[in-house]
Each structure stands twice: as structure tokens, then as C-alpha cells.
Design a protein around this ligand. Structure first.
Ligand code: ADP
Ligand code: MG
Length: 267
């Protein structure tokens, strides 16, 4: 077991279009740990997720993001993904004509490709995982996640419900085997069905080799997920961290209580 957390975020400040959204965020996630990041709408949760994945619109103005001991600030999103950082996107795009299975096979081959294959960012010449081996792997993961096999033959995100999009993301996570995975909530807000799918998936994939950060503003998450750690973000910073009891406290007292703590600290 490694002692250094795979993901270390230090005093991170992020601006979007010149406006500072993250104002000094600190967080550490290790393999084998399950964290929940909570907070009211607009507190900067998705900004954080986008900054972690290197979205070009989110400008890191100071602070550091270390993954496996190395700064990833200069890495592109695909390089971060290949390094073993996975992010389920909040607004997954539909790709008509590309099946879930084809998409996942391409994604896996990209993940397995050596980082400096040819320097152009294009796929290397080698064929990647053989189709037969991939199909066996896909079947195994779908069984583990109790998904119907027909799901793999559908076009990616084409007419998918919120829940089906989440299923596709969980399946992608199962196939890519990241060391740290970040799951941002669906845009539909209180999508309990989606949260349950994420929770079941994370529970099925949980183990010493996977660290997970689930991001949600839903206060009653403990009915659905069982995180080891809970963090509450208010106005671009983590205001309080604790165990599952913190989520219970939010359920009864709401987010205003955390805001009050933050304001008292500022005095
Ligand atoms: P949360 O996910 O916690 O609801 P967000 O990170 O989506 O919060 O938003 C935090 C703040 O950053 C909001 O005030 C939002 O308007 C602003 N913001 C986030 N992304 C963008 C963007 N791409 N362009 C402009 N403003 C943004
Ligand atoms: Mg959000």
C-alpha cells in the first residue's frame, strides 16, 4: 500500500473567464478511499472537477495538483486520463453511429497507448487490445455491474436517460481501471436514480486499487452512497471535512450551517 495519496490538491485557485471561483482548495484522495464532495449549487464543485481534468476554460492561477507525486497542471486531459485519472463528464456528448462497445474499446486503447507513442497525439499504429479479449472483458464487467448486454450495442448517449448516461460512465470506469475516479453529478440536479446507479457501480468496483471522489449537492446521499470521507465546499473552498456523520448533519441542518461556520472563521 502506498502512503502518499495518489491525488494531492494544494491551495488551488481557479478562475473562469477572469473570475476567481476556487479560492484555495485543499484535498487528498488515496487509492482505496471513497470521498464525497458536497456543497450548494454554485459553490464551485464542477469547476473543481473540470480543473482536475484540465479543461482549457478553467485557469489554474495558483496552487498545485499532484497525481502520483507529479504535477499534472501541464498535462492535457487525455494525458491525465492515461496517467490513471478518470472523470465522468457532467454533460456527456451523444455520438450517434458509435456503439458503447466501440467507444469503450477506443477509450481503452487510448489509455493503454504509450504516452509518447508518436508525439502527434494520434493513435499509435499498434492495434491495441484484440477484439475477442475486449469482448470477454466487456462481458465480465457488464455482468459485474448487472447490466444488460444489449446496452453495449446501443449508440453512445444517443437518447440515453440520465441514468443510462451514468451507467455508461460507470462501465467506462470499470474498463479503464483508473487509480482515481471523479464522478460529478448529472446536471438534472436531484437525480436520485443517477446517484443510486453511481453508488451501486462504485460499490461494485470498490477496492484497494481505486480511489473515488463523488461530487453532489444532494444532502441525503448516505441513503445511496457510503463514503469514508465527506467534504463540504462553500464559496470555492472546502469548509469542513469529516466522516459520514457530516453528511447526516447536513441532512438535518442544511448548508446554511456550514456557511455560518465559514463566516465565523472569517471574523
Ligand atoms: P457547482 O458545481 O458547485 O454548482 P460550478 O462550479 O458549476 O458550481 O459553478 C461555480 C461558479 O462558477 C458559478 O458562479 C458559475 O456561474 C461559475 N462558472 C462555472 N463554470 C463557468 C463557465 N464555464 N463560465 C462562466 N462561469 C462559470
Ligand atoms: Mg456542478
Amino acid at each position: 500500500m502506498s502512503q502518499t495519496p495518489e491525488l494531492v490538491v494544494k491551495d488551488l485557485r481557479v478562475a473562469v473567464e477572469g473570475k476567481e471561483i476556487l479560492k484555495g482548495l485543499n484535498l487528498e484522495v488515496k487509492k482505496g478511499e471513497f470521498h464525497a464532495l458536497m456543497g450548494p449549487n454554485g459553490s464551485g464543485k464542477s469547476t473543481f472537477a473540470n480543473a482536475l481534468m484540465g479543461h482549457p476554460r478553467y485557469q489554474v492561477t495558483s496552487g498545485e495538483i499532484l497525481f502520483k507525486g507529479r504535477s499534472i497542471l501541464e498535462l492535457e486531459a487525455d494525458e491525465r486520463s492515461r496517467a490513471g485519472l478518470f472523470m465522468a463528464f457532467q454533460y456527456p456528448v451523444a455520438i450517434p453511429g458509435v456503439t458503447v462497445a466501440n467507444f469503450l474499446r477506443s477509450a481503452l486503447n487510448a489509455r493503454l497507448a504509450p504516452p509518447d507513442a508518436n508525439g502527434t497525439g494520434a493513435m499509435p499504429q499498434k492495434k491495441g487490445i484484440p477484439p475477442k479479449e475486449f469482448r470477454a472483458m466487456l462481458r465480465e464487467k457488464m455482468a459485474l455491474l448487472r447490466m444488460d448486454e444489449s446496452f453495449a450495442t446501443r449508440y453512445l448517449n444517443d437518447g440515453f436517460s440520465g441514468g443510462e448516461k451514468k451507467r455508461a460512465e460507470i462501465l467506462q470506469m470499470a474498463i479503464l481501471k483508473p487509480e482515481i475516479a471523479i464522478m460529478d453529478e448529472t446536471d438534472s440536479g436531484l437525480d436520485i436514480d443517477a446517484l443510486r446507479i453511481v453508488s451501486d457501480g462504485v460499490n461494485a468496483l470498490a477496492g484497494p486499487e481505486l480511489g473515488v471522489l463523488v461530487i453532489t449537492h444532494y444532502q441525503r446521499i448516505l441513503n445511496y452512497i457510503k463514503p469514508h470521507f465527506v467534504h463540504v465546499m462553500v464559496d470555492g473552498r472546502i469548509s469542513v471535512s469529516g466522516g459520514p456523520e457530516l453528511a447526516l448533519e447536513l441532512e438535518t441542518r442544511g448548508y446554511d450551517w456550514v456557511r455560518d461556520v465559514r463566516e465565523a472563521e472569517a471574523l
